[in-house]
Design a protein around this ligand. Structure first.
Ligand SMILES: [Zn+2]
Length: 296
């Protein structure tokens, strides 16, 4: 079975690549449902997709990315406008799934799919509500720990030493979780003393733990500090592309209404580390550790 799949991949390299994008777009469509329903404690499986007017949405009007353009952003039943954010989330998830597939071996790509799904949904929930629900962040952290144990390549462990590599990967994941959470917690405490107002919430502490469980401690630190720098630059961009990320363009609450959402910045930092910069960042930390501690 695996050798046949490998043969397909060898002869038609575009096949699984295209498939990973399509699969990502379908998952993105499901993430739209999660983003909408999880914060309001609604079930994510039932009822099936419905328009705000109550009419069920037919499957052919619910095809990721395409349906929005076919229907020109309006519901077939009542003409209600749908935000361009829905196809945007589907397209974004598709692209991120594709990048995971291209950059990583299949087992790690699978972890990457779970990771980017968590990042995308948390980001948009945070932008809408300025909060990421507990069961979501804690669930994501547990998922990161479990995946790390079963797929040691997630933390660069070879996997040829059964159980030893699994435990190493699990420990690296736990350290990432602890360092990520603790760093955000102390930044929050110190900035609260200095600025006399709440900056990062306890939700960010848990969310950063979840990111660290997938990236390890190097990724945790990059997500926090790199994320803050990239995020500030991104904030300016957000103002420009605002109609694309807001479900309700006229709603002024949420984003920038009360405070800056840190979740999306942490997510962006974690994503950049995971997909593009992990080798460079790890090498940077190793070099500095040698400078500080004189270890070889
Ligand atoms: Zn309708």
């Amino acid at each position: 079975m695996f050798s046949e799949l490998a043969a397909i991949d060898e002869h038609f390299p575009w096949f699984f690549t295209t498939l990973s994008f399509i699969f990502g777009a379908i998952v993105g469509s499901f993430l739209n449902v999660c983003i909408y329903r999880i914060p309001t404690e609604k079930s994510i499986v039932s009822p099936s997709s419905r328009c705000a007017c109550g009419s069920p949405i037919a499957w052919y009007d619910n095809i990721p990315i395409l349906s929005w353009f076919v229907l020109r952003g309006r519901a077939r039943c009542c003409g209600r406008p749908f935000s361009i954010r829905y196809p945007f989330v589907e397209f974004l998830t598709g692209v991120l799934f594709l990048l995971c597939w291209i950059y990583f071996p299949p087992a790690k790509a699978l972890c990457g799919w779970v990771f980017v799904s968590i990042l995308v949904s948390s980001t948009f929930i945070d932008l809408d509500h300025m909060i990421i629900p507990d069961r979501f962040t804690i669930g994501a952290a547990v998922a990161g720990l479990i995946l790390s144990f079963f797929i040691p390549s997630l933390h660069g462990q070879g996997g040829d030493m059964i159980l030893v590599d699994n435990l190493r990967s699990f420990i690296l994941s736990s350290i990432g979780l602890m360092i990520g959470s603790a760093t955000v917690l102390w930044i929050a405490l110190i900035s609260e003393i200095i600025l006399r107002k709440e900056t990062m919430g306890f939700g960010d502490v848990k969310f950063m733990g979840a990111i660290g469980a997938f990236t390890g401690w190097e990724g945790s630190l990059f997500a926090i500090f790199g994320g803050a720098i990239i995020g500030t630059a991104g904030l300016i961009l957000f103002l420009i592309v605002r109609p694309f990320i807001r479900a309700k363009p006229d709603d002024e609450s949420g984003l920038f209404g009360r405070a800056v959402p840190f979740g999306p910045m942490l997510a962006l930092g974690g994503l950049i580390y995971f997909l593009f910069l992990h080798e460079q960042i790890d090498a940077y930390f190793l070099e500095n550790a040698q400078m500080l501690f004189g270890s070889e």
